[in-house]
Design a protein around this ligand. Structure first.
Ligand SMILES: [Zn+2]
Length: 678
């Protein structure tokens, strides 16, 4: 497809609709809302999350949306939402840490409180003071109250294996660890009797990992660990300074005051709609989603996604009110949950949502400016859920790529989509294979089967640190992400037929991207694997085209398409023995088996005495353990045999031995997640 042939004309929608969206969508409005949300420390179920939810609900009402509500789902550590064990709410009031370099011991007292006591007191300069009130990221989530904790600081290196503690005086002292606090608490506190944890764990690995020594990472303890404790996070620079002092033989005395803890609370999910106007289609919904939780400021992750769908809400509602856009056929819904667990609560506790929603536009990190080093992705769904909706989003993104590049290169374009306070860089979005890690995993899990367009930045060198600030957010980027989402959602909400020539063209263009990506993969494979890969791909591609049928108007809104026959592709995998076995996923429990802060598979496998399957630590060419596991379960549809599941997972993440797939499916059968079809 020559770039010049359609560079000026937008795809899929009439140009007047596109022009109206481009004109109305405001990167500045989105960024002002972002600055509001980024003030709050938004932990699941906390007061900060509630404040952010109220802000979003207030905006939605002001913008004139319908059905604005903050839904509440009890979270007490016991209730399950599908595979998600609810995590109790967590709040903190006080979190103060002082570290003193002990220079001498002096006689002190008496004091007002202890008029008769003269004691030995430590004396020396305070070298570090941290305060949750001023900078909430310093106190790890799930820390528990501890009044007046005191002890000496002991360096335990990483702190994740017993040998890290050999010869260390950990009992009744405080450990300094390079690993994340949740990974050391059971050893440091549970086994060796430490009072608390100071950690200088670094954020996710990217090329820029460790370069900025002042970053403080947002962390949490293990929600369900019996070894309750508290943990403070310090920067790498502070951690190194503390280590060097200990090596020099300095005695570091710590005092911590923590008033915080888990308590029964609620997952809160803000939602609102723009009702559809078509008598038959208005019960179907196109949902816009984000996740509203995370540390303060959490600007790109993920105030950005939430304010961008908020801006889509404002814009669609206004343009429809003003008669500049036709009314929607389907209802459009906006959803602002805490990540994964809120979506799990919503779809499990209110199954009518899962039934009505036909497609999702999910945004998680969509505002990263050049400082963050972000690349913007339009991410396809998993291969277990073929859908054309990703091709729709890519058609719009590719057009923004062309227009924004033309503007950057020449200073002229019909639709540069520049925010007045934003950058002028070209968007350069990529159409990417499925990656996991946000709420789109839940929607696209086979128990829900809802295709989700996933718009996301990666890498981001500031993710999950105190430096993920509003200053790095580019209003131009917000505007463009809003446009791609709004145009895709509006198109899907008004799509009432198979979509005609333009949609076919978009799907063909999407296919060419997918085929090119696959050809690059084929070159990495031994010839014994290429036939299966091509066969799986052809099946996948056929089903992408077939997925258009789900948007044909029908007398009822059941997700089944009666009488439709899925495309058959010639050729079969050669197999025998175990490869012929067929497994089918059970209806309950719904959701991925590893969710947020809770691993359904691990807990149930342990209870059933099932050894950890080797698939979970398998490293493939393009994916690894958790990804294979997610898809193997999704592929277990009662039709594919184990060999076909193995071939499909191999096409997606790289060749994997049949035995590993078989072992995992057998483990799933033992924990009751799948059953064998005779
Ligand atoms: Zn996120």
């Amino acid at each position: 497809m020559a770039a010049g042939t359609r560079a000026q004309k937008p795809p899929l929608l009439p140009e007047k609709d596109v022009a109206a969206l481009v004109k109305e969508l405001s990167g500045e409005t989105a960024k002002r809302n972002l600055e509001g949300i980024a003030r709050f420390h938004r932990q699941r179920g906390s007061q900060g999350f509630h404040a952010a939810a109220e802000l979003v609900a207030e905006r939605l009402r002001a913008y004139g949306l319908s059905d604005v509500a903050i839904l509440q789902f009890p979270a007490d550590g016991k209730i399950f939402y599908g595979t998600q064990r609810s995590r109790p709410a967590w709040d903190a009031e006080v979190g103060e840490l002082d570290i003193m370099e002990v220079r001498r011991t002096i006689r002190c007292g008496p004091t007002a409180e202890n008029p008769n006591v003269i004691a030995d007191c430590l004396d020396g300069p305070i070298i570090l003071h941290e305060n949750y009130e001023a900078e909430p990221v310093v106190l790890a989530e799930d820390s528990e109250t501890r009044r007046d904790a005191v002890g000496l600081l002991v360096d335990i290196g990483e702190g994740t294996k017993e040998s890290d503690y050999t010869g260390k005086d950990v009992k009744d002292n405080i450990v300094l660890a390079s690993a994340q606090p949740g990974a050391v608490q059971d050893l440091a506190v549970g086994k060796f009797g430490a009072v608390g944890i100071v950690s200088y764990a670094q954020n996710q690995r990217t090329a820029w990992w460790g370069e900025d020594e002042n970053q403080i990472r947002w962390e949490h303890l293990d929600t369900f660990s019996p070894n309750k404790t508290w943990a403070f996070m310090v920067s790498f620079k502070t951690g190194r300074d503390l280590r060097e002092r200990l090596v020099k033989g300095q005695s570091l005395f710590m005092h911590a005051e923590v008033k915080a803890g888990q308590h029964p609370g609620n997952y809160e999910v803000v939602t609102a709609t723009i009702p559809g106007a078509d008598a038959k289609l208005k019960d179907e919904e196109i949902a816009f989603s984000c996740h509203l939780d995370h540390q303060r400021p959490g600007a790109n992750d993920n105030a950005s996604g939430c304010v961008t769908i908020l801006e889509v809400a404002r814009t669609l509602q206004k343009l429809i009110n003003d008669g500049k856009l036709a009314r929607l056929a389907r209802t459009v819904r906006f959803i602002f949950p805490p990540e994964i667990e809120g979506t799990m609560a919503l779809l499990n506790a209110k199954p009518e949502f899962a039934k009505r929603i036909k497609a999702v536009v999910h945004m998680d990190m969509v505002g990263g400016g050049p400082e963050t080093k972000a690349v913007f992705h339009v991410t396809r769904g998993p291969m277990s859920l073929p859908s054309f909706v990703h091709d729709v989003a890519w058609a719009f993104a590719e057009w923004v790529n062309e227009e924004s590049y033309q503007f950057a290169a020449t200073g002229k374009a019909d639709y540069p989509m520049i925010a007045p306070e934003g950058g002028k860089e070209p968007l350069r979005a990529e159409y990417s294979a499925y990656t996991m890690g946000s709420d789109h995993d839940v929607y696209q899990d086979s128990s829900f089967g809802i295709p989700a367009i996933y718009l996301n930045d990666w890498p981001d060198r500031y993710i999950h640190t105190n430096f993920d600030t509003a200053a790095n957010i580019d209003p131009t980027k917000l505007k463009r992400a809003a446009f791609i989402g709004a145009a895709s959602g509006y198109f899907l909400a008004t799509l009432a037929t198979s979509g005609g020539v333009d949609l076919s063209l978009a799907v063909i263009q999407g296919r060419s991207e997918r085929v090119m990506a696959m050809e690059r993969r084929v070159r990495q494979l031994p010839t014994s694997e290429t036939e299966a890969l091509r066969r799986v791909l052809a099946q996948y591609d056929g089903k992408v085209s077939w997925s258009l049928n789900q948007f044909r108007p029908r007398p009822n809104s059941s997700l089944q398409v009666p009488g439709e026959v899925q495309p058959s592709v010639s050729g079969q995998s050669k197999t025998g023995g175990d490869g012929l076995l067929i497994f089918s996923r059970k209806v309950e429990p719904r959701g991925p088996l590893t969710v947020f802060g809770y691993d359904y598979f691990a807990e149930h496998a342990k209870a059933a005495g099932v050894a950890t399957p080797k698939l979970l630590s398998y490293e493939g060419l393009w994916g690894s353990g958790e990804e294979y596991a997610y898809e193997v379960l999704n592929f277990a549809d009662g039709k594919r045999n184990t060999q076909e599941i193995r071939d499909a997972a191999s096409a997606e993440y790289g060749p994997v031995p049949l035995e590993l797939v078989m072992e995992y499916l057998t483990a799933l059968e033992k924990i009751g997640a799948v059953e064998q079809v005779k």
